[in-house]
Every structure is written in C-alpha cells, then in structure tokens.
Design a protein around this ligand. Sequence first.
Ligand SMILES: [Zn+2]
Ligand SMILES: [Zn+2]
Length: 231
Amino acid sequence: MDRTFTNACSLCVEFNGGRTESLPGCEARVSACGPWAVIPSLGPVCSAHVLLVPFEHRTGAVHTTTQARTIETAIAVWSQRFPSFVVFEHANAATGCGITHAHVHFVNVQAEARAAFREAASPSPLLSLSLLSDDRRELFWSVDSLGNAFVDTSGPFRSQFARRAIAKLGGVEFSTDWKAYTHEAWYRSSASAARTFAVDLRQALGFAEQPHDAMGNEAEARRSVNLAAIR
Ligand SMILES: [Zn+2]
Ligand SMILES: [Zn+2]
C-alpha cells in the first residue's frame, strides 16, 4: 500500500518526519502499530485521550473490513486498560476535528454515548464496524463501555462536536484549538496511555515493534473481536 501523503495535512507532515507535534520534554508522540499510528491527543479532554490514526492519508479509519476488524480489536484492547470508555470517529467529513486525516478517538470516561452525543440525532444501532467499510458518506460512530454502539449518517455534524461533548461531561473547559496544549498533565498521562496501548495493540494484532513495518502491507488482524464480545 502506498503511504499517500499530502503536505496540507499536519498528521502527514508529522508522520513523514516534519514538525513533531509534542510538548517540549515529552517523548516522541508517535507509536507505530503496523499501518497505524497511536498518538496522544494534543488537546486532551480527559486523562487518557488517545488517537488511532492510519499512516495512510484517508478520510475514514474504517474503509475496509480489515480496518474494521483492527479497530474492533483496538476497542477490546483499550477496554482492558480502561473499563469505562468511549470510542468515536467523525469520518469522511469536510472538516472533522479540523483535520480530514482519519483518526479514532479513545477516551477513558464513563458516558452513555448516545446521550452525550446529542448532535448525532439519528443514531442507528451498529452491530459491526465492518458494516461501515463501504460507506463514504460523512458519518459519526461511537462505541461505549455501557454496551452502546451506534452510527449516524444524518450529518453534516459540527466540527469537534464530540470532543466538546466529552469535555462537557467532565466539566472541562474546552478549547477548539486542539493544538493549544491545554491540560498539560492530561497530555502527559495520555502520552503514557498511548505508549501502553500501542504495546498491547501490537501484541494483539501480531505486529512487530519496528516502526518500519508501518510502511509495509496491511497485515490481517490476527485476532478479531466482535463488538458484541466487549459488552
Ligand atoms: Zn494526512
Ligand atoms: Zn477528531
């Protein structure tokens, strides 16, 4: 698979050795897991706010069934560290979180996602992420630790509405500038969570630690997890 690249995308620039988005004194932000990067969110809205990002520039994380299985495995892995969690993605949007490069948010908050994400007003139950793999419409999906999984294609949704909703749950002052390095302590704890998550996920997916593997073929997820199994 080609690692498509666009200079207009800050994540592509970062992945290709350009400016690294990290706090001074923090370790490298990017942990590789096969064709995926695991990174702490720059503007975390809770103490463990991690993004799973394809190295390849595309607008949705779940464009193939293999990618869907990988994300489902990642949710299962995250849930083992953080029993209370919400995972979500605003995909195929013109703006997303202000960046079109696909990224899935993993946060360690207890929330009934359908209630939290009121802006997604037409949710449909989501039985498997694979069902989204051929869908290029703007969509929002979420899975939470309370057993709710939904998708909503009734967008367009406001940029960052979901980050804002999670911040509001925690009573956190929200900055729309996710590069503003707000909540430095949470950035550091999220960076730690990201490194641990990457180790666990590499093991679950059978990817070697060498980051160079990230540039190669997308391997089959060796352990696929049904969404139903994590409820
Ligand atoms: Zn990109
Ligand atoms: Zn986002």
